[in-house]
Design a binder for this molecule. Structure first.
Ligand code: FMN
Length: 318
């Protein structure tokens, strides 16, 4: 049978299969599915993620100083749309506390997603990101410049060329060897995405993450009144379109992580075919539960058997 299932308790488990493994930017990934940012904001559950089958986890968003986030309620389910709306507002314990939890973390790949404090003016953003990074330097396999959450006023304007380059350069001045990704919104136009690519290329970033949640409410069955970012099935097509555009424009020169609306193996394969080297999910796991990742991994192995594919990466633009 394709893919060996290992039950690790917690209602989860993982699947090992060499065809799911890849080494990217010097990091070994046992499979291409990661936990997206926002679930383990404070790195409190690092030991659990491999047990649920994930191949990596992105912790955060972490800010330089701790902050409480927005008032509750701040997360809403849209079951008929398989979606979520959230306006958490980067509630987190701050970089110093998170750094303490990341020391001695072992070999499971971890990305650290960095954001701006709510009370930091956009003009001071590079210094604010730098302060967060300085405390977390050396503790992550990669770092993410999150300029795409809709819940911090002014944050998404930092996706523009000048401000984005200033942040990237501020971080690189702290550690030129760290691997930096930029996480984009699904609501950017193609020309705005091209600007992000040009910053990433000129600034020697490692890659891009497409995408964060959307501010659009198009095509919903529900009629939500809540402000915030929409994730899950309703963001899937927008995320796919952004990913496809990025892949077309930057070829193989950047590592791409596809996130937004993944619920099953078909979604993972489609993102990889569009150009993703790795994938992540959040909302799908909320609806799918703890057994979801081993199920998807097993389905991926079955698909690779059927398609005669020797490694998951061979689906890229096949
Ligand atoms: C409740 C919630 C909180 C989130 N918090 C963050 C965050 O702190 N930083 C971030 O970059 N993305 C955050 N996200 C966005 C996810 O990482 C992901 O980009 C988005 O939800 C699309 O993936 P999905 O459809 O699989 O959920 C959050 C999403 C949800 C649902």
């Amino acid at each position: 049978m394709a893919g060996k299932l290992i039950d690790l308790g917690l209602g989860g488990g993982t699947v090992t299969d060499s065809r799911l493994e890849q080494t990217l930017f010097g990091v070994h990934f046992s499979n291409p599915i990661g936990l997206a940012a926002g679930f383990d904001k404070n790195a409190e559950h690092l030991a659990a993620w491999p047990k649920y089958g994930f191949g990596h986890a992105e912790i955060g968003t972490v800010t330089a100083r701790p902050q409480p986030g927005n008032l509750r309620p701040r997360m809403f389910r849209l079951p008929e749309d398989q979606g979520l709306i959230n306006r958490m507002g980067f509630n987190n314990a701050g970089a110093e506390a998170v750094a303490g939890r990341l020391r001695n973390r072992g070999t499971f790949p971890v990305g650290i997603n960095l954001g701006k404090n709510k009370d930091t003016e956009p003009a001071d953003a590079p210094e604010n990101y730098r302060q967060a990074f300085r405390q977390l330097r050396g503790l992550g396999d990669y770092y993410v410049i999150n300029v795409s959450s809709p819940n911090t006023p002014g944050l998404r304007s930092l996706q523009e060329k000048g401000p984005l380059m200033d942040i990237l350069q501020a971080l690189q001045s702290e550690d030129a060897t760290a691997r930096f990704f930029i996480k984009v919104a699904p609501d950017l136009t193609e020309s705005a995405l091209d600007d992000v690519i040009s910053v990433a290329m000129a600034g020697n970033a490692t890659g891009l993450i497409a995408t964060n949640t959307t501010i659009s409410r198009d095509g919903l069955k529900a009629d939500p009144r809540q402000d915030g970012g929409l994730s899950g099935r309703p963001v899937r097509d927008k995320s796919d379109a952004a990913l496809a555009h990025l892949a077309r424009q930057c070829g193989n020169s950047l590592t791409l992580i596809g996130v937004g609306g993944i619920f099953d193996a078909d979604d993972v394969i489609r993102k990889i075919q569009l150009g993703a080297h790795l994938t992540q999910l959040y909302t799908g796991w909320i609806y799918g539960g703890p057994g979801l990742i081993p199920k998807i991994l097993r389905d991926l192995c079955v698909r690779m058997d059927q398609d005669g594919v020797k490694n998951i990466r061979d689906y890229i633009r096949s």
